[in-house]
Design a protein around this ligand. Structure first.
Ligand code: 3H9
Length: 693
C-alpha cells in the first residue's frame, strides 16, 4: 500500500486512511493508493469500507499544483467510479473541509457521516473550473438540481448541518468522528444495508427543461461577466442529469481538461497561490515575537472608521470608536448598529448575534480611553497635518507596546511615524471601502516599523478575514499609485476626443468592474481634485487631469451633484451622456492645442492598462511591492480588475512582456517621454524573457 493511503482492518470493516498533508489533496499517489485500496477491499472478506482522512481535514480537493501538467493515471473520476462500484457499502467520514474533488469523493461513497464542524463545498468555480470528478452528476442526485447548481456556481462551502438538511450527508457524528463512523458502518452491516451508488438515483427533473438551463446560463453570463466557468457548470450539470453516466463522465472530463488550460483558470489559480504567497512574512519577521491584540481603538467613526470597527467586532475583538463630539459619536454608533440591523432584517443575523456584536463596541469622545488599547487604527481626514497631530496625541497617551496604525491611502507613513517617539510601533493598515466588506488590506511597512509589528498585523489581518499584502511607503502605496497613470491616460484620451462613455465602455468590456470616468463620478470629482491640489510634485503639463479639474471647478462633482463626466436624473445612477461635457472637452482641447484622434477600444485598453503595468514594474523595481503576484492580488481584490485575467501583471505576462514593452516604446514615440519611459525592470524582463519577480 502507498505511504499516503493505508489499509487496515477493524474486524469486518476495511479502514482506508488518506494521509497526505497539508490538506489531503488527491495528488497522484493518493489516487493510485485509493485504487489499490478499493481493489484490496473488493478481493478480501471485509464487508464494508470506511474512508477517513488523517490530519486537519478531509480531502480539500484535487491537487491544484498538478493542473496544467500531463495527468498521470488513474484519474480521479476513474478512482471514484471504482469506489462507487464497490459491491460492499462504502462509508465516508468527513472532518475539516471536504472541497471540490474531496466532496466528489464523499459523494461517490454510499453513506456519509460528518463531524459537526465540517464544511462541504464545490469551489471549483473560484478556480475557473467545474467539478470534474463526477460532482456535476452526483450532487444533483443527492441534493436536487437547483441546490446543486447553486453550490457549484456560488462556490461557498456549507455547514454539516446544512449538508444534512440538503441530503448531501446522512448523519452528523456525536462525539469523535472515527468511533462514530465505525459505529455507523457496524449499524449498516447489522441492518444488512446494501451499497447505494449515487449515480443510480433518478434525479428529479420536474420543471427543468432546456429552457430552464438556458435561462440559468444567461443569468450567469450577466452576473459573472467575463467568466465562462459558471456557464460551463450549467452545461456539465445538464449533461450529468440527462445523459447516461459513462457518456456524461466522458463529456465532463473533456470540458474539465479544456477549462484547466483556459486563461481564466490559469488566472484564478494564480490568484489562489498569490493569496497564500502574500501571507508569507519576509525573512526578518518570521521569528519575531507576536504582540497580543484583543482591545482595539478606532479613531474616527465616519464611513471608513465605522466599517473598520464593524470588521473588528465581527471578528470577535473589542473595539472602541473615538469621535470628536457626542453627536458624531452617536452617528458612528448608528452606522455600526444600522449595518447589523439591516443584516438582521434580511435574515442574515439573529437577535443574539446582533446583541453579541453590539456588546463588543463602544463609542467615546474621551481621547484617554485609547490609553490601554493594544492597537489603535486612525481613520481621520486624509491630510498629513491632521494625521500627524493625531499621532502626536496617540504617542503621548498610548501604553508602551501598543501598535499605532494609520489607515492613510496616500500620505507618507514615515512622516506620520516621525512625529512620534516610537516609529517602530507605527504601521499602515490601508482598508478599502466598505471596510467591513472589502477583503483587501494593504499593510504598509514604514522605514522604522519593527518586524514584530509587521508580523502581528499580517497575522491579525487573516484573523479579521482580510487578504493582506505587505507594501512599502510611497505616494498611494501599490494600488493607488498604479491607478494614477491609468486615470491620467483616461484623461488624456478625453482631451484627444474619446468620450467618457467610450473610454468606460472599452475598459468595462475588458472586464474592469467600472470605467475610470464612472468611478470618478461615484467617488466624487472633488476628492481627486483636492488630493491633486495638495501635491507638490505635479508635472509641468497643463493637460494633466485637466478635464477632471475643470469639472470639479464647475461644481460638477459626479453623482452627488447630479452631474460629472455624465449627467444623472434625480435619484438615478444611470450614466447619461452629456453634450455639455463633450463641448467643454473639445473647447479645452482646442485651447491646449491637443491633436484630436480616433482611438479604437483595444487602443484605449492598451493606453490605460499598459500605463498601469509600467508603473507596476516600477513599484517592483523600487521594492514597494514584494512580488508581481502581490500586485495582482491587490488589483483583483481592491480595484475590480477582472479575476479571469489574473491581475495586471499576469495580464501583461499573458500578452507577453516584450509585446507590452514594444507598445510602451511606441507610446513614447507617439505621445512623448514625459509619461512613457519604460521601467528598467520591464525592459530587462522583455529582453531577457525572464518572468517578473
Ligand atoms: C478540484 O478539486 C477539481 C476536481 O473537481 C476535479 C479533479 C479531476 N491543491 O489555504 P491554506 C495548499 S479543484 C494543492 O494556507 P487554510 C496551499 O497552497 C480544487 N495545494 O490553509 C498551502 O500551501 P503552502 C478544489 C493546496 O487552512 C497549504 O495547502 N478545492 C490545495 O487557510 C495550506 O493551505 C479547492 O479549491 C489544493 N487543492 O485553508 C480548495 N489546497 O503552505 C482549495 C490547499 O505551501 N483550498 N493547498 O502555501 C482551500 O480553500 C484552503 O486551502 C483550505 C485550507 C480551506 C483547504
Amino acid at each position: 500500500m502507498s505511504q499516503v493511503v493505508s489499509y487496515a482492518r477493524e474486524a469486518e470493516i476495511a479502514l482506508v486512511t488518506i494521509d497526505n498533508p497539508p490538506v489531503n489533496a488527491t495528488s497522484h499517489p493518493v489516487r493510485a493508493g485509493l485504487m489499490d485500496a478499493i481493489a484490496r477491499a473488493a478481493a478480501d472478506d471485509s464487508r464494508a469500507l470506511l474512508l477517513v482522512c488523517a490530519g486537519r481535514t478531509f480531502i480539500a480537493g484535487a491537487d491544484i499544483t498538478e493542473f496544467g501538467k500531463p495527468s498521470q493515471p488513474p484519474s480521479l473520476p476513474d478512482v471514484l467510479d471504482a469506489l462507487e462500484a464497490l459491491a460492499k457499502p462504502v462509508v465516508v467520514a468527513i472532518h475539516g473541509t471536504a472541497l471540490g474533488g474531496g466532496l466528489e469523493t464523499a459523494m461517490a461513497g454510499h453513506y456519509r457521516i460528518a463531524d459537526a464542524r465540517a464544511k462541504l463545498g464545490l469551489p471549483e468555480v473560484k478556480l475557473g473550473l467545474l467539478p470534474g470528478a463526477g460532482g456535476t452528476r452526483r450532487a444533483p442526485r443527492l441534493m436536487g438540481v437547483k441546490p446543486a447548481l447553486e453550490l457549484m456556481t456560488d462556490g461557498a462551502a456549507i455547514s454539516a448541518a446544512a449538508a444534512l438538511a440538503a441530503g448531501l450527508i446522512d448523519r452528523i457524528a456525536q462525539g469523535d468522528l472515527l468511533p462514530a463512523a465505525l459505529g455507523y458502518a457496524r449499524e449498516l452491516l447489522a441492518a444488512n444495508a446494501a451499497p447505494r451508488p449515487t449515480s443510480a438515483i433518478v434525479p428529479d427533473m420536474e420543471g427543468l427543461d432546456d429552457a430552464w438551463f438556458a435561462a440559468r446560463k444567461s443569468a450567469l453570463a450577466k452576473s459573472a461577466r467575463g467568466r465562462t466557468a459558471p456557464q460551463r457548470i450549467v452545461d456539465a450539470l445538464q449533461i450529468g442529469v440527462t445523459l447516461p453516466a459513462n457518456e456524461a463522465a466522458l463529456r465532463t472530463r473533456e470540458m474539465f481538461l479544456e477549462m484547466v488550460s483556459s486563461t481564466e483558470s490559469r488566472a484564478m489559480r494564480h490568484l489562489f497561490f498569490a493569496e497564500r504567497e502574500a501571507a508569507k512574512l519576509p525573512a526578518d519577521c518570521r521569528e519575531a515575537p507576536r504582540r497580543a491584540i484583543e482591545r482595539v481603538g478606532v479613531l474616527g467613526g465616519g464611513t471608513m472608521g465605522a466599517g473598520i470597527a464593524i470588521n473588528f467586532a465581527e471578528s470577535g475583538l473589542s473595539v472602541t470608536v473615538l469621535e470628536t463630539d457626542d453627536a458624531a459619536a452617536a452617528r458612528a454608533m448608528d452606522r455600526i448598529r444600522g449595518t447589523w440591523e439591516a443584516a438582521r432584517a434580511k435574515g442574515r443575523l439573529d437577535d443574539a448575534a446582533v446583541a453579541a456584536r453590539l456588546s463588543r463596541v463602544e463609542v467615546s469622545t474621551d481621547f484617554g480611553v485609547l490609553a490601554p488599547m493594544d492597537l489603535v487604527v486612525e481613520a481621520v481626514f486624509e491630510d498629513l497635518k491632521v494625521k500627524q497631530d493625531v499621532f502626536r496625541r496617540l504617542d503621548a497617551i498610548c501604553r508602551p507596546g501598543a501598535i499605532l496604525a494609520s489607515n492613510t491611502s496616500y500620505q507618507d507613513l514615515d512622516a506620520i511615524a516621525g512625529v512620534t517617539a516610537r516609529p517602530a510601533d507605527v504601521i499602515g493598515m490601508h482598508y478599502f471601502s466598505p471596510a467591513n466588506v472589502m477583503k483587501l488590506l494593504e499593510v504598509v511597512r514604514g522605514a522604522a516599523t519593527s518586524p514584530d509589528v509587521v508580523a502581528t498585523v499580517m497575522e491579525l489581518a487573516r484573523r479579521i478575514g482580510k487578504i493582506p499584502a505587505l507594501v512599502g511607503v510611497c505616494y498611494g502605496f501599490v494600488g493607488n499609485r498604479m491607478l494614477q497613470p491609468y486615470a491620467r491616460e483616461a484623461q488624456m484620451l478625453l482631451l484627444e476626443g474619446a468620450t467618457p462613455a467610450r473610454i468606460d465602455s472599452a475598459i468595462e468590456s475588458f472586464g474592469m468592474a467600472m470605467g475610470p470616468c464612472a468611478v470618478g463620478d461615484l467617488a466624487g470629482l472633488d476628492i481627486g481634485y483636492k488630493a491633486r491640489s495638495a501635491r507638490k510634485d505635479r508635472p509641468d503639463d497643463p493637460r494633466w487631469f485637466r478635464i477632471g479639474d475643470l469639472l470639479a471647478e464647475q461644481g460638477r462633482l459626479g453623482q452627488k451633484s447630479g452631474a460629472g463626466f455624465y449627467r444623472y436624473e434625480p435619484g438615478s445612477r444611470e450614466r447619461l451622456p452629456d453634450p455639455a461635457v463633450e463641448q467643454l472637452i473639445r473647447a479645452e482641447a482646442a485651447r491646449l492645442g491637443v491633436v484630436q484622434r480616433e482611438t479604437s477600444a483595444a487602443g484605449i485598453v492598451e493606453r490605460l492598462i499598459y500605463a498601469m503595468v509600467n508603473e507596476g514594474c516600477r513599484v517592483l523595481e523600487e521594492g514597494i511591492a514584494q512580488r508581481a503576484s502581490d500586485i495582482d492580488l491587490i488589483y483583483a481584490n481592491g480595484y475590480g480588475f477582472p479575476v479571469a485575467r489574473g491581475g495586471p501583471m499576469m495580464y501583461a505576462q499573458t500578452v507577453g512582456l516584450s509585446a507590452v514593452y514594444e507598445k510602451v516604446l511606441s507610446f513614447r514615440e507617439e505621445l512623448g517621454p514625459l509619461y512613457w519611459e519604460p521601467s528598467a525592470l520591464l525592459a530587462r524582463c522583455a529582453k531577457s524573457g525572464e518572468p517578473l519577480p
